[in-house]
Write a new protein. Sequence first.
Length: 228
Amino acid sequence: MTETGDDRDYVPALGQHWLTPLYDAAIATTTRESKWRSELVFHVNPQPGDIILDIGCGTGTLVTALKSKELGAEVIGLDPDPEVLDLAKAKAAKTDHGIDFVQGFGDELVEKLPGRPVNKIVSSLVLHQVPLEGKRSILRVAYEFLLPNGRLFIADFGEQRTPLMRFCFRTVQWLDGYEYTQPNAEGCLPILMNEVGFTEALEVMVVPTMVGSISIYVAQKQDEHEID
Ligand SMILES: C[S@@+](CC[C@H](N)C(=O)[O-])C[C@H]1O[C@@H](n2cnc3c(N)ncnc32)[C@H](O)[C@@H]1O
């Protein structure tokens, strides 16, 4: 756990700060990253005029991929960890595409991004590192912050359905702690998405990996005018 200037705790990218420089290599070698990330980008399907926010952007791999895919989309990366944001900025600078980075927590969107409505929110490998109440409040704030008909795309360790995947997921649980990770393993994410108001929280892909299965979820904010 790490404390920010405003005294809030968060789990760093790889569980411990001293491991952060190894994050990209660890994710690439253990999670079949190219498979799930390319599938996530496919579902986000960035379009000209989109304003896309990545909650817990980490070292910036996803924001860089999204911006490279569609230069006409505005892409914002948010993360509470200044060290990981520096790595993200360095990665984005290599492409010179212009990505905004903001330091902050996923439930601080109104305070950190005032007057910046977004139509797509993405988040990858973040919610398993957050306590259950934190998962719920990030999803609730994401729902409220999205424009009507806005869409949410999550890639994270989801329900671990087989004994093998539950066994593999123990590595992540050892690094990030049992309390925060276990609700994901029990399949809490789509339930929470529906609870905060998203319609049709769909699990569109499950990727088995050596550290547990990663699920991709897609959900939509209903246009208020369509709600009875
Ligand atoms: C495992 S890393 C994932 C990074 C990146 N999204 C990726 O796909 O590689 C988790 C990130 O979530 C950030 N994080 C932790 N708690 C958070 C919170 N409450 N709100 C937003 N980000 C958070 C961490 O600082 C870390 O960079």
